[in-house]
Structures are given as structure tokens and as C-alpha cells.
Ligand binder design. Structure first.
Ligand code: SF4
Length: 363
């Protein structure tokens, strides 16, 4: 099956349709946030990973040149009117660059949008759960004041349950990815619809894909892709063209957000458990050792021949861990390649040559 047959809706159409039904829209910056909380207020989160390939010169007067292109693009996008149809902007405190953007939007950049921030704890212990639960409750209170709505526990749990089902559908797509018969590009286009589709639409789309047996599977040389985001997405077609299959990923927008359902009957605690349940992530303060073990397990389970670190330039959380991750993998005989990108740039011929050389090493 190809995704063309499935007709993935455009973000703009999804936004218009949601608004036409009386809902509101929140533009959400990377990476972790409580989707279900927004749903309980009839707010659709639309994630903003840039977007890539825009004129990002409008952010230069506010941000240093060494801030990553995701943050530059987000601010430029706001300034050129790309967020005109949204009602809220949520900036999680994912990294220093996003914390800086959050402060800019609250204090210095004029916008008619209500800007919300979310502080993520860097500790998975009990204080971390408690802190995050309070942060989510703080956002609940702000949304209540603005919208006049006060979703009770029953409504919050309705939203939590459907988002947990969507997480489960996403996990199933990952689990059965080899059998889906999708190439690199189609698989990631599919799972990235979780960034903007309402949960029930995502579940339906996933079920349509899962219900069809693939005529043939895509059998390239398996690698693990690690980093923040597979942009520009042409990379995925280039990998396919070279006969490389992304067999597993440790990408912040994708595989690092395979959340598990929580267990608590307190909705705020439950959402906090959910956000802590995903794969190790440097932006949530997970240890280097946990990341090494996780990457190794991805390589062994997927039978990958190596790891491609595909990092956004100036992304400090990724770049801090990188030397030790590579060293640990090398110690286990797992080759790796590091590529750095600006999400506005096309895939360079130099980058393609480096991937081809890596291919010779792992073949
Ligand atoms: S790419 Fe890195 S530095 Fe940029 S927003 Fe994401 S986590 Fe922060």
C-alpha cells in the first residue's frame, strides 16, 4: 500500500475543520507535552518542528546565529503570519533555546496569541512526577481561566484514554513496521501525522494501514536513525535510493515519543506518568548510560548494521551526549555516522557522499 491511497489530510485542512466545529488550536513546540489536557478543552495541538524550508531571516533580530534552525524557523513563522489561525502557543522548556524562545514570546515579541510554557523536570523520581503533575495543573488553570471551561476528572479521563489509544496505535505501527511494506518516506509521513491529527483520526488512519497485508516488504540494509527530526524529509528517499532501510529510530519527534499509558487515577499524575514513560531523552534529563543501553537495544532488536546520528546544528542536548554515545557504540562494534543539518538546507551532495561511504563500511 502507498500512502497516496490513504489520502493524508493537509494540516491546514485539519485546522480549518477543527475550528469549524468550534474547537481551538494550539501550536506546540518540541518535544513532550500533555496532549490529552488540550483535548479536554477542545483544543487541537498542532506541533511546530520549525517548520522547515521557510525564510527564517525574520528571527535574526531576536535570536543569536548559534540558536538551532527549529527555533529560528518557529519565530520567523510566527512573524510572517504562519500562526495566524492558532489561538495558543505552547513552548515546553525542552532546552535552553526553547526556554529562550518562551521568554521572548512572553516578554518581548508582540503576539495576539496566548503563550503558555511548560517546565519539564530533569528527574524521573517521585519529585519529578509531582513537579510535572503541578505544571500540568498550572496549565489546566490557565486554560480554564481563558476558555471558561472546567473539565472534570471524567472528561479528563475520556481525553486521556483516547490519547492512550492513539499512542497504542503508534506503537503497533512501529512493532509491525517491517510487515507494512512502506518505504522510509511513507512510514515516517504516516507516523508524523500524530503531530497534527486528532487522536481518533490518527487511530483510524493507523487501522487502515494495519489492516492491509503488504504485498512485499521493504528490505534495505537496516540502520537506526537517531536525532531530533528527519528533516528535510528527502533524506528518507535518499536512504531508500541507496538501499538503506530505517529499521528503528531514536528520533525526538518519533520513536522517543512512544508513550505508555499511566496507572494513576489522578488525571494530572496520570499525564505526568505518560510523559515520563517514553524512551530515554536528553531533554528530559535521562542519563547517558540509559541512552547507550537504549540505542544498543534498538540496534540488536532491529538487527541494524549501524547508527546514523542525524542532528540539527547547534542542538546542545544532542551534541553533549554524542561523543560518549559514539564511543560506547564503537566499543560494541557498532559503527556510526554523524550528520548535522539546518532544516532549511537541501540534502547536500557532500552529505550523500558521506552516507554512501558509511554504507560501504556497514555492508
Ligand atoms: S533541535 Fe535541539 S536545540 Fe533546537 S529546539 Fe530541538 S532540542 Fe532544542
Amino acid at each position: 500500500m502507498s500512502l497516496q491511497q490513504l489520502k493524508i489530510p493537509k494540516r491546514k485542512d485539519v485546522i480549518n475543520e477543527f475550528k469549524a466545529r468550534g474547537g481551538k488550536i494550539a501550536a506546540v513546540l518540541p518535544i513532550h507535552y500533555p496532549r490529552a489536557l488540550f483535548r479536554a478543552f477542545s483544543i487541537l495541538p498542532i506541533e511546530l518542528w520549525g517548520p522547515p524550508k521557510i525564510d527564517n531571516s525574520f528571527s535574526g533580530s531576536h535570536l543569536q546565529a548559534y540558536v538551532c534552525s527549529i527555533v529560528h524557523n518557529a519565530l520567523s513563522f510566527l512573524k510572517i503570519g504562519g500562526l495566524d489561525e492558532v489561538d495558543f502557543i505552547l513552548v515546553p522548556h525542552t532546552c535552553d533555546s526553547l526556554q529562550g524562545l518562551g521568554s521572548l514570546l512572553v516578554d518581548f515579541v508582540t503576539t495576539t496569541k496566548k503563550v503558555l510554557t511548560l517546565y519539564l523536570p530533569r528527574d524521573k523520581g517521585e519529585p519529578g512526577y509531582e513537579f510535572l503533575g503541578h505544571e500540568i495543573l498550572r496549565i489546566y488553570t490557565i486554560l480554564s481561566q481563558i476558555t471558561g471551561l472546567h473539565p472534570d476528572d471524567a472528561l479528563l479521563f475520556d481525553a486521556i484514554h483516547i490519547e492512550e489509544q492513539a499512542d497504542k496505535a503508534l506503537a503497533e505501527l512501529y512493532f509491525k513496521r517491517k510487515k507494512l511494506g512502506l518505504g522510509n518516506m511513507d512510514f515516517y509521513r504516516l507516523i508524523r501525522t500524530r503531530e497534527f491529527l486528532p487522536a481518533e483520526h490518527f487511530i483510524k488512519l493507523s487501522q487502515s494501514v494495519l489492516s492491509v497485508s503488504a504485498a512485499k516488504s521493504f528490505n534495505g540494509l537496516p540502520v537506526v536513525l537517531s536525532g531530533i527530526i528527519p528533516e528535510p524529509m528527502e533524506l528518507l528517499d535518499e536512504l531508500s535510493r541507496m538501499g538503506i532501510s530505517v529499521a528503528a529510530d531514536d528520533l525526538a519527534c518519533c520513536g522517543r515519543r512512544l508513550y505508555q499509558p499511566g496507572v494513576s487515577m489522578n488525571p494530572f499524575r496520570r499525564l505526568s506518568e505518560n510523559l515520563f514513560s517514553a524512551a530515554p531523552d536528553p531533554t528530559r534529563g535521562d542519563s547517558l548510560e540509559s541512552r547507550i543501553q537504549y540505542l544498543k537495544s534498538l540496534v540488536y532488536k532491529s538487527k541494524a548494521k549501524g547508527v546514523i546520528f542525524y542532528d540539527v546544528k547547534f542542538c546542545e542536548p544532542e551534541l553533549f551526549d554524542l561523543p560518549d554515545l559514539k564511543k560506547a557504540l564503537k566499543g560494541q562494534g557498532i559503527p556510526s555516522l554523524t550528520l548535522e543539518v539546518d532544516i532549511n538546507d537541501p540534502i547536500s551532495s557532500q552529505m550523500l557522499t558521506r552516507i554512501e561511504t558509511f554504507l560501504e563500511v556497514i555492508r
